[in-house]
Design a protein around this ligand. Structure first.
Ligand code: S3P
Length: 176
């Protein structure tokens, strides 16, 4: 029986906002892996990238997911790159239904532009190109890790949450 939900997917696909809505409906706890990482490191995500580098960030991400994945009744919102390390996915799979959120590159560009500066990987001269390239590279990782995928491009938060709830009800082996 799976007793958590893990949300994976590219930056700007709605993992945090959908995670909040989903946690509220289920009366579960929302755990944001990026926040856990910031707590462990004692600095912000942009500062971790700046002062310690991405490799150290990925190590902290592994540590954070390890800390959290053993719990239950949690909606776990992962960072967009968590899927890159198989160890994270294997740990999450043990206790969680893994839902992949995706969206078109154009929508992602728009959504991520709002919180400019908070995502070091998009802090480049041409974020549109960076998004396209990263998405292309990561696509198979998201696909392989996911139990199912929801496209959030043209849906509001409530509609995405409805869809997820509908899928979960039919999902065998899930302890709702
Ligand atoms: C990252 C996504 C970010 C954050 C970090 C790296 C990535 O999280 O973990 O900036 O590699 O895609 P969000 O997906 O919540 O923006």
């Amino acid at each position: 029986m799976k007793s958590n939900i893990a949300l994976i997917g590219f930056m700007g696909t709605g993992k945090t906002v959908v995670g909040m809505a989903l946690a509220k409906r289920l009366r579960w706890r929302l755990v944001e892996i990026d926040l856990v990482i910031e707590q462990i490191a004692g600095r912000s995500i942009p500062d971790i990238f700046l002062y310690d580098g991405e490799i150290h960030f990925r190590e902290l991400e592994i540590e954070a997911i390890k800390m959290v994945s053993g719990g239950e009744k949690q909606v776990i919102a992962c960072g967009g790159g968590a899927v890159l390390n198989t160890i994270n996915i294997n740990r999450l799979k043990e206790t969680s239904v893994i839902i992949n959120l995706n969206a078109s590159p154009e929508i992602i560009l728009k959504r991520t532009a709002v919180a400019e500066g908070s995502r070091p990987l998009l802090n480049v001269e041409n974020p549109a190109e960076r998004i396209e390239r990263l998405m292309e590279f990561r696509k198979p990782f998201y696909k392989r890790a996911a139990d199912f995928t929801i496209n959030t491009s043209n849906l509001n938060i409530d509609a995405v949450t409805d869809k997820i709830m509908g899928r979960l009800k039919k999902y065998e082996g899930f302890n709702l």
